[in-house]
Design a protein around this ligand. Structure first.
Ligand SMILES: [Cu+2]
Length: 199
């Protein structure tokens, strides 16, 4: 029985990509020499996808822990509500000066408690700051769809389960920029895309 199960699983894995008709986009962001430290935490995302997708069941969380925001960069799908969790014994005062989030100021709240903000403007980039700790800084990036990834230290990224189509693939980086790339996602081969980040 065990072997039969394994064979079934093997067949399922072989045919799954075809059945789902989706593909993977993989690639790397590169920089000029000396700028490698900026490769990490680059958001790579598809500008627009005309298909149905659900919002994540759980709200994305922006933690305040050890006097830092975690994560530093939080890409979300438009319409998501972000929960701001205070994990510190001290009080923070989280705010965003950006008009696309109506310059919210959440005030202060105790350890273990959450205050929430709904983000409803696509491509809004909202910087998060703390009135109490000037060194605290993070970003929420509001995207049209869930087909995005954040690069690792090497600048590598993977976007999975992308439906076939022709798309604009964009990047957002705190310090640098890269040109938009038009890509075609088919049903068989993964798509490889590299970006060059510049000022
Ligand atoms: Cu703070």
């Amino acid at each position: 029985m065990k072997i039969l199960k394994r064979i079934c699983l093997f067949i399922a894995v072989l045919f799954l990509p075809g059945l789902l008709a989706s593909q993977t986009i993989i690639g790397e962001v590169k920089t000029d020499p000396g700028k490698e430290k900026y490769k990490i935490n680059t958001v790579v995302y598809i500008e627009n996808v005309d298909t149905h997708f659900d919002l994540p069941e759980e709200n994305p969380v922006m933690n305040q822990k050890e006097l830092q925001f975690l994560p530093k960069i939080l890409p979300i799908v438009v319409g998501s509500t972000v929960d701001f969790l205070n994990s510190d014994d001290v009080l923070h005062n989280v705010f965003s000066p950006d008009s696309c989030v109506n310059k919210f100021n959440l005030g202060t709240w105790k350890k273990g408690e959450v205050r929430s903000v709904k983000y409803d403007k696509i491509e809004c980039v909202s910087v998060l700051l703390c009135n109490v700790h000037p060194e605290m800084e993070a970003y929420v990036i509001v995207l049209q769809n869930p087909f995005f990834a954040i690069t690792n230290e090497e600048g590598e990224f993977i976007i999975e389960n992308v439906p076939p189509g022709v798309y604009n693939l964009k990047v957002w980086n705190e310090k640098l920029n890269a040109k938009v790339k038009q890509i075609t996602v088919g049903e068989i081969e993964e798509v490889i895309v590299n970006f060059h980040l510049k000022r």
